[in-house]
Design a protein around this ligand. Structure first.
Ligand SMILES: N[C@@H](CCC(=O)N[C@@H](CS)C(=O)NCC(=O)O)C(=O)O
Length: 371
């Protein structure tokens, strides 16, 4: 058995970037293998249950599937180094986990699949090399790429939506760039859980595929530096001459970060509302028993952003992570609750605390299940 952790992941995978950066930042020694490696099917999949990456194998032989579960495994062991201690910062950190892993899928998919002249050869290299060298490798590569291209559509990237998706992304990028001029990470001088969540779309797709990388490098140098920094073990903040080492004091959420959240709220809130309606409708009809595995996708939600109608898939996983934001809020005392509400109000995000599924989700034996 290896002394190292093994991370089953791949360079161009969105969710892999979140777990990988956590391991790097927290000094956890690991090697990375793709799911094409023969050990994945034989040893890992029976325990991981679903063929998704990232999946972690610990030196003790435990298999942990899902980026949030991998991070939680280490956070629980080490006194939660990446969890802010104060109310508003805890909420913002947990919220960026939702935004990164679910809320920014539209720009991530759009900028990967709708700039084929710049991206296609690069992207194909990665899909091809994630396949074992067996007959029909080329064919399988094309099939897999077609599946992901199609997925862009179900997340709401249609021809009519492209202009809106780009406008929202570029406004968000510019706001995040301005924020990262003041501090190297979302909440100050070290990364929080939310930084890792946000990195998911910002690394493999938006900070690495040629077309969006060009946009990031040319229009948002600070964001590009944050992406680099998130994959480094040290603080990597030489541009800050008076760098601290902790989260910002006094539960501060800087105005520059409020501005980022305000842009993100524009589709996050209506999309979450639409997805909840969809999933709650399904729950009322199907009434799954406690412990039953949750479907990964449950219908299409329709919502409006800046006067335009979008349709996107409703995924229970968004609510699994959103529940964690709401659980932090539910446990706060009344003064902290009021401070959180006032902050979210200013970001256009107040409703995010009240949009809930009628049945909670949990993770049991590597699966998301209805509780
Ligand atoms: N909730 C999981 C999602 C992981 C996931 O969907 N990963 C993608 C790659 S970025 C995958 O493995 N897709 C293959 C599949 O769904 O079969 C996590 O956050 O780790």
């Amino acid at each position: 058995m290896s002394e190292l952790h093994t991370l089953y992941a791949i360079t161009h995978s969105l969710y892999s970037g979140r777990a990988r950066a956590y391991l790097i930042n927290n000094g956890i020694a690991f090697r990375e293998l793709s799911t094409g490696h023969e050990s994945f099917k034989a040893d890992i999949l029976p325990k991981g249950k679903l063929p998704t990456i990232p999946t972690l194998l610990t030196p003790g032989g435990e298999v942990i599937r899902d980026g949030a579960a991998i991070i939680e495994h280490f956070e629980a062991q080490s006194g939660r180094p990446c969890q802010p201690r104060t109310a508003r910062q805890q909420i913002v950190s947990a919220l960026f986990d939702v935004i990164g892993t679910d809320g920014l899928l539209r720009p991530a998919m759009h900028y990967r699949w709708n700039y084929p002249e710049e991206n296609l050869d690069f992207v194909r290299y990665h899909f091809f090399h994630s396949q074992r060298d067996l007959p029909a490798r080329e064919e399988k590569t094309e099939k897999m790429m077609d599946r992901m291209r199609h997925a862009a559509g179900i997340f709401g990237v249609t021809d009519e939506a492209i202009e809106l998706v780009e406008a929202l992304y570029l406004e968000y990028l510019s706001a995040l760039n301005a924020h990262l001029e003041t501090v190297p990470y979302l909440l100050g001088w070290k990364p929080c859980i939310g930084d890792f969540g946000l990195l998911a779309p910002m690394y493999a797709h938006l900070g690495r595929d040629p077309a969006p990388l060009r946009i990031m490098q040319q229009q948002a140098v600070r964001v590009h530096r944050w992406v680099e920094r998130m994959n480094r073990a040290d603080q990597d903040a030489p541009e800050f001459f008076n760098a601290g080492s902790d989260f910002l004091p006094d539960d501060e959420i800087p105005e520059t970060l409020i501005a980022v959240l305000r842009v993100l709220s524009e589709d996050l809130v209506p999309e979450t509302r639409a997805a909840a309606t969809c999933i709650n409708g399904w729950l009322a009809k199907n009434q799954p028993e406690s412990g039953v595995a949750a479907e990964r996708m449950l219908g299409m939600g329709e919502f409006s952003v800046r006067g335009q109608t979008l349709t996107a898939i409703a995924q229970p996983y968004r609510f699994y992570l959103l529940q964690r934001v709401q659980a932090v809020y539910d446990k706060l005392g009344s003064a902290d609750k009021a401070a959180v509400e006032a902050m979210l109000e200013r970001c256009g995000l107040a409703e995010i605390l009240t949009i809930r599924l009628d049945q909670q989700l949990g993770q049991i034996d590597n699966l998301e299940v209805w509780l």
